[in-house]
Ligand binder design. Structure first.
Ligand SMILES: Nc1ncnc2c1ncn2[C@@H]1O[C@H](COP(=O)(O)OP(=O)(O)OP(=O)(O)O)[C@@H](O)[C@H]1O
Ligand SMILES: [Mg+2]
Length: 568
């Protein structure tokens, strides 16, 4: 649609301009413009005069001016339509790219996602999308200008093809010589794409650990890391601005010089008719002006283009690492979860070796083991974030790969080891924006998680904002909000990964009491070193050296924790 409107604009303008030559001839021969005499010669002027006489209008100054006028108005209208389309399309391109990136990222395999840097992804969704869509805008504008330039070219060819070709060849030579500036800008753009990516990745990393940096008086280290990148970025930006300025600064006078030399040649050497010379010079000046602009716009495209490719690469890679959605069996959890002779490692490093365990449905199971033993990894195998290299994970007897993964995960309430909350209200942090959940549901969940006391005391209650990553709450308060978030969906399986590690014994005991009451309604799997959570469990397993052992005797747990201390 855009292209069609632009081409039509070019055609209309071309037709309008063919009236120039007969107009000037008439104006010079008969200044009053009242004659109906047909001054046709070959080419451009004969076309419009015969077209006018075909519809019964004589080629007077008035009618020719009207043709030019109508051509100009129609051209503006068509360009307006095209630009409107460009606007819509640019917004569309930006939205599509952003959504494609987000969707691809959200559905990647967990192992792939862990290898990505949040800052670099945020940069892709923000800066790179903007630059990519402006590359599109520049390309569309360049195309519009190229079509305009072509319209001038065609009309000029009708007036005098020899002069036009000569002009165009010299102009092309000028543009080719100036291409260096385009490549320079392209390189600067590519550098910026890379630098922005690493700068934002660093920035988000450093800002997330700023507390530790600041508390140790080491924020200057973060500053140094960032400012090196920022200075490099500054240099790339300078190069970009410079190459743009140089291109414009050299291109404009050169093309003007070309027009002046052309004018001189036509008037003095070729002794051409004044009307013809005037029309040709007018057309050449416009054509060269538009062609110069095409090159400058192309330079803008070259600057931004690398952002598009970088973005596209991220989308493609993420799509290649798409997480399989498993089979089509609906998940149930009545009988329990079985880990059957499972082997798993990250790369070379084996974490679980021949590990087996049974978690009967509606029971409370605890897992203990030294740090780095593979407890979180085991949970990741149950939630299907990772898959065993050998052996099977079964849910109610069905191997996990045969289950509809999403239906299985929607049965799980998961409290991760590192509680990170959204910078939003407690209400949103618990419901995660699920619209069906009400204030009563949130209150129930907060009460079950032992969080109601402190939330109800806050001035804004559950509408209180928790700050960046939940920083306005204490560690234990964050944990309880995370437990409420897991409980509100009334899960069939509740997984607590060190979920009470930051709580005082009384609060922890209160949560254990809730969990005790929940036992029988749902399956609970708690990873913990805390005695309270271990005591309340029906079964306790210990992971060490890649193996899982059932520990039923509480005295043995104490031994196990002595072992753990030893291992640490
Ligand atoms: N994504 C990963 N890539 C590579 N190695 C990993 C990854 N995640 C964990 N590991 C390694 O696997 C081992 C087990 O990690 P895991 O998080 O399961 O331990 P854990 O028992 O939960 O420890 P903790 O009690 O400290 O939470 C560790 O040695 C860890 O370095
Ligand atoms: Mg862990």
């Amino acid at each position: 649609m855009m292209l069609f409107a632009l081409i039509m604009a070019g055609v209309v303008e071309g037709i309008g301009l063919t009236a120039l030559l007969p107009l000037l001839q008439k104006a010079i021969d008969l200044p009053k413009g009242s004659s109906t005499e047909n001054l046709s010669s070959s080419g451009a002027d004969s076309f419009i005069t015969s077209a006018l006489s075909y519809v019964g209008i004589s080629a007077t100054v008035g009618s020719l001016l009207t043709v030019i006028m109508i051509g100009a108005i129609l051209r503006s209208l068509l360009i307006l339509i095209a630009n409107r389309k460009v606007g819509y399309t640019v917004a569309h391109v930006a939205t599509d790219l952003r959504l494609a990136l987000l969707r691809a990222l959200l559905s990647t395999r967990w192992g792939y996602f862990l290898g990505q840097q949040v800052g670099s992804m945020a940069n892709a969704a923000g800066t790179e999308v903007m630059r990519a869509s402006s590359a599109y805008l520049h390309a569309a504008t360049a195309l519009a200008m190229a079509i305009q330039a072509f319209a001038y070219f065609v009309v000029a060819m009708l007036v005098s093809w020899k002069i036009t070709l000569l002009f165009m060849s010299v102009a092309t030579l000028v543009l080719v010589l100036l291409y260096k500036m385009v490549s320079k800008a392209k390189r600067a753009g590519r550098k910026q794409t890379k630098l922005l990516q690493s700068l934002l990745a660093r920035l988000s990393d450093s800002l997330q650990s700023l507390k530790a940096f600041k508390a140790m008086g080491r924020e200057n280290l973060a500053d140094e890391l960032l400012s090196t990148n920022t200075m490099k970025l500054n240099k790339a930006l300078r190069k970009q601005v410079l190459s743009k300025a140089v291109l414009r600064g050299i291109q404009e006078p050169l093309l003007t010089l070309l027009v002046i030399v052309g004018l001189y040649l036509m008037l003095v050497y070729l002794k051409m008719d004044l009307p013809k010379v005037m029309v040709l010079i007018f057309l050449m000046a416009r054509m060269l002006n538009e062609t110069g602009k095409v090159q400058r716009k192309y330079q803008d495209v070259a600057i931004c283009e690398s952002a598009y490719w970088s973005l596209q690469e991220k989308i493609n890679k993420a799509q290649q690492h798409n997480e399989p959605q498993g089979g089509d069996k609906k998940a149930t959890l009545e009988h329990g979860i079985t880990i059957d002779h499972v082997y798993f490692g990250y790369g070379e490093q084996m974490i679980l070796r021949n590990a087996s365990l049974e978690i009967p449905g509606k029971t409370f199971t605890s897992i203990v083991g030294p740090s780095g033993a593979g407890k979180t990894t085991l949970v990741d195998l149950i939630t299907g974030l990772f898959h065993p290299e050998k052996g099977t994970v079964r849910i109610d007897g069905t191997p996990l790969p045969e289950l509809d993964l999403r239906s299985w995960r929607r049965m799980i309430g998961y409290v991760p080891q590192d509680t990170i909350l959204l910078h939003d209200s407690i209400f949103i942090n618990v419901t995660l924006g699920e619209e069906l959940l009400t204030g009563e549901d949130v209150e129930y969940a907060l009460k079950s998680a032992g969080a109601w006391d402190f939330v109800s005391e806050m001035a804004e209650g559950m509408q209180t904002t928790v700050g960046e990553r939940g920083a306005k709450l204490s560690g234990g308060q964050r944990q309880r909000i995370a437990i409420a978030r897991a409980l509100i969906h009334r899960p069939h399986l509740l997984i607590l990964d060190e979920a009470t590690s930051a709580l005082d014994p009384d609060t922890e005991a209160a949560i254990c009491q809730t969990l005790k009451e929940l036992r029988g309604q749902l399956t609970i799997l708690a990873i913990s070193h805390q005695a309270a959570l271990v005591d309340v469990a029906d079964r306790v397993f210990q992971i060490s050296s890649g193996e899982i052992k059932l520990v039923t005797d509480h005295s043995k747990i104490k031994e196990a924790s002595i072992d753990m201390d030893h291992l640490r």
